[in-house]
Design a protein around this ligand. Structure first.
Ligand code: SAH
Length: 495
């Protein structure tokens, strides 16, 4: 019998990548195939396994790109015939206007095992991020989730409007912006007061969140003026008046900032998380994967001094010792690290790492260990010195899906600041942009470019970017200050 597959129908939450359940996240990391919808935040896919196959099932309004039957067939094919772990990621909760019923039925018919992992639905999540709880002991004792659009020829949902208008305190309409005039009319004509407060939340829980408050009487005009579009929730009911000014989410210092943080390795960046904590959406780009080149016993230098270029090279070196069952006491040379991080990595293996400044320049041959690109650079740097050896301990490759994530964010206009922490990041980011058909000159037209220092600035200018800011010092604090500085309006900059 072949491998037994399983399909996980998972709710990705309304937008904020932190709003997926722990179980959903775990399955996503293990998935071999991921099928995802348009409303799934592309940034969430950056947490899937680098080897996973990704299939976009995006439906654009009125333009279905993958028919539901085709999606069902794909789930069955991968889950059953190929015996894979398949994740089907859906925006919000899969059971709320998510067609999970149809997919589960198809899987059941084909006897493919499946699980449903619930998620946070937009009606609740977007309202909470706008500062409104959907129930409240004083304002709302009942809550309903209603479609604002259906399969009927007019697209106007066939609903018991009387029961809804009179019986439910808070109503969240999904997919309803196109039918907003109809919804407001029906509620008023079936007895709901025209003064009933209404709150619209577009792209809730994301950096693009926008809200609009009004009443059943005036919300149609207001929404038209403000050009509100789907995805948006129409929240009708007294409780929506709880929102006064900016919500807890909208008042975070970096709310609505969309940052692309350039990177040159696979190491998670602490700063990326700090920026997220302050409300920014952060895309660490490009996503890289580390491939270890474990050393053979005969390639492990035992009597020379070793210089490590990064913590990863330290890890691979010690993994190689272990793989060859070699005792650390075989290594007689001294250990050196290029940075304090690398020296710390050595310390974690109970080895004392020294700074290169401490080394006698006339000492015996030095062996330099680092990633393949770093080694190439060092070879050039030391080309006039003879007694150096070089070992590439690992190679970084780009995870293919990261380019797709970039394209999706670009389409959704969610790239507005590019941060280059170092010159290497300029190189990896620029190569990745070019693969996507984007040039430094063009991206500088719509995104501001921030460099950590002079070296990264020079590299960025040379690559063709217009650099907007260079940090006063290469620290997180200086980066926050730069991000909080008021932008010069585009027109004013040219007047
Ligand atoms: N299964 C999803 C709903 C899918 S229907 C859920 O449980 O949330 C798609 C509709 O959901 C959109 O038209 C919009 O009305 C709503 N929606 C989804 N994400 C949203 C978001 N981030 N902000 C506001 N509305 C959203």
């Amino acid at each position: 019998m072949g491998k037994q597959g399983c399909v996980y129908l998972i709710g990705a939450g309304p937008g904020d990548i932190g709003l997926v359940t722990a179980k959903g996240y775990q399955y996503l990391q293990q998935a071999e195939v991921v099928l995802y919808d348009r409303l799934v935040n592309p940034l969430l896919l950056e947490y899937a396994s680098p080897q996973a196959e990704f299939i976009y099932c995006g439906k654009m309004p009125k333009k279905h790109t993958l028919r539901q039957e085709v999606i069902n067939d794909l789930l069955v094919q991968h889950g059953c015939l190929e015996g894979k772990k398949v994740v089907r990621l859906k925006g919000g909760d899969p059971s709320v206007f998510g067609r999970v019923g149809e997919e589960a039925e198809a899987l059941e018919q084909a006897s493919v095992p499946y699980e449903i992992v619930p998620g946070i639905t937009a009606g609740i999540g977007a309202a909470a991020y706008a500062g409104v709880p959907v129930t409240h002991r004083e304002h709302s004792l009942s809550f309903a989730v209603i479609t604002g659009h259906d399969k009927s020829p007019s697209g106007e949902p066939l609903i018991d409007w009387h029961a809804l208008a009179k019986g439910i305190d808070t109503i969240a309409f999904y997919m309803g912006i196109g039918n907003l005039p109809h919804i407001a009319d029906q509620l008023i004509s079936h007895g709901r007061s025209a003064d009933t407060p209404v709150l619209l939340i577009q792209w809730g829980t994301t950096g693009k969140q926008r809200t609009l408050q009004g009443s059943l009487a005036n919300i149609v005009g207001k929404a038209k003026t403000a050009q509100f579009k789907n995805p948006a929730i129409i929240l009708v009911g007294e409780v929506s008046e709880i929102k006064k000014g900016e919500s807890w989410f909208e008042s975070k210092p970096l709310f609505s900032k969309h940052l692309l943080l350039g990177r040159a390795s696979d190491e998670p960046s602490a700063i990326g998380q700090h920026l997220r904590d302050q409300g920014a959406e952060v895309f660490e780009f490009p996503r890289m994967q580390l491939k270890k080149n474990l050393l053979k016993e005969t390639d492990i230098p035992t009597d020379k001094d070793l210089l490590f270029l990064s913590p990863a090279s330290v890890d691979v070196f010690f993994a190689s010792l272990q793989a060859n069952k070699m005792d650390i006491r075989h290594i007689q040379g001294d250990f050196y690290g290029v940075s304090s991080k690398t020296v710390k990595a050595l310390a974690s293996y109970h080895c004392v790492g020294k700074e290169m400044s401490e080394r006698d320049p006339h000492a015996s041959t030095l062996v330099i260990l680092g990633d393949s690109e770093g080694i190439d650079r060092e070879k050039q740097r030391y080309s006039f010195v003879f007694d150096q050896d070089f070992i590439a301990t690992h190679t970084y490759t780009r995870v293919p899906q990261t380019l797709q994530t970039f394209r999706r964010l670009q389409e959704e206009e969610r790239i507005e600041t590019i941060i280059f922490p170092n010159a290497r990041a300029v190189k990896t980011v620029t190569e990745s942009f070019q693969e996507c058909g984007e040039s430094p000159e063009n991206i500088s037209m719509y995104a501001q470019v921030i460099c950590y220092g002079e070296k990264s600035k020079q590299a960025a200018v040379k690559a063709g970017y217009s650099v907007d800011k260079v940090l006063s010092e290469p620290t997180e604090k200086a980066l926050f200050e730069a991000l909080l500085q008021k932008e010069i309006p585009f027109a004013a900059a040219f007047s």
